[in-house]
Design a protein around this ligand. Structure first.
Ligand SMILES: Nc1ncnc2c1ncn2[C@@H]1O[C@H](COP(=O)(O)OP(=O)(O)OP(=O)(O)O)[C@@H](O)[C@H]1O
Length: 287
């Protein structure tokens, strides 16, 4: 009797749908892009088309540079990815979710998976480096926090770990506005990492730094991207820097995508011609 029941259970198990993902499903998940833009247009009022029919995909673990002169639409594209702008047309999808239609809690949950580093660091100068990094975890905490000790110990420890990673453990209790530009940007990277994002967006992270600090910050972004298996989309002005960083280069000109190539397949001569082609007309088009 017991044997018969066991056999019946085994039979039922065979018929039950599998709960674990099959190989096909796992591969689909790996191959699903982290970022996908499909026919995206962004207008600011009736006169400015900042992005014009842009379609692109970035896959998990890819490090991609966005290149283009001032006004070509780089910041607009990055801001669409965490819902700071809403597309006028087309769809923007991040980690499989339509950002253009995400609202409230859905958008906040998505933003926790997307770290953002800005050109001007956006640190609070009067706060210590450590408290600035702790602030990166605010998205997952309830209520405001003023003062380091109002953060849970686990957050303070995680923040310290990230500061150590960016080489600034010794400056943890120093006011942010007493740090050099390069150090401030490293604090900003640590702040983006403390929420353990899956995607890192960087909007001209070295535009206000000297060449040595620029190289250090770009090397840091490359290192953490590889260590944390991050998908990175980073806008830059400098071609030389773009070519020594990441896997793929996307060029924007006047809101249109004019280039999408692996960095390894772009030669020096081509680099300069690409730069002039990207530079040729970066003013946005009238709508
Ligand atoms: N909030 C806004 N309101 C109106 N126009 C905007 C807004 N944001 C961007 N624009 C316009 O959209 C165009 C693209 O700007 P965007 O900042 O995306 O370019 P960019 O390539 O990032 O430039 P930069 O390298 O100078 O940061 C520009 O003409 C800009 O003036």
């Amino acid at each position: 009797m017991i044997h018969r029941e066991k056999a019946a259970h085994r039979e039922q198990d065979r018929e039950r749908p599998r709960e674990r993902p099959g190989i096909g499903e796992s591969i689909d998940r790996i191959l699903a892009p982290s970022i996908a833009l499909d026919g995206v247009t962004k207008d600011f009022g009736p006169r400015v088309r900042a992005l014009d029919d842009v379609s692109m995909t970035v896959f998990p673990g890819e490090v991609v540079t966005l290149l283009g002169l001032s006004g070509s639409g780089k910041s607009t594209l990055l801001r669409l990815l965490n819902g700071l702008h809403v597309p006028t047309g087309g769809t923007v999808s991040v980690l499989g979710q339509d950002v253009g239609t995400a609202r409230g809690g859905e958008l906040r949950a998505l933003r926790r998976k997307v770290g953002f580093v800005f050109q001007q660091f956006h640190l609070v100068g009067s706060m210590s480096a450590l408290e600035n990094v702790c602030a990166g975890a605010l998205g997952s905490l309830r209520g405001p926090r003023i003062g380091l000790l109002t953060y849970p110990r686990s957050v303070r420890l995680a923040a310290m770990e990230q500061l150590d990673r960016v080489g600034l453990a010794d400056q943890a209790f120093q006011r942010a506005d007493t740090l050099s530009g390069g150090q401030q940007q490293r604090v900003a990277v640590a702040r983006a990492l403390v929420q353990r994002p899956r995607i890192l967006l960087a909007d001209e992270p070295v535009a206000s730094l000297d060449p040595e600090s620029s190289a250090q910050v770009m090397a840091l972004i490359s290192r953490v991207a590889s260590e944390d298996d991050l998908t990175v989309l980073c806008s830059l002005h400098q071609v030389e820097l773009a070519l020594s960083f990441g896997h793929r280069l996307i060029g924007l000109r006047a809101g249109k995508m004019v280039l999408d190539k692996p960095v390894s397949s772009i030669g020096k001569t081509e680099t300069m011609s690409i730069y002039s082609s990207v530079a040729a007309a970066s003013a946005p088009q009238p709508v």
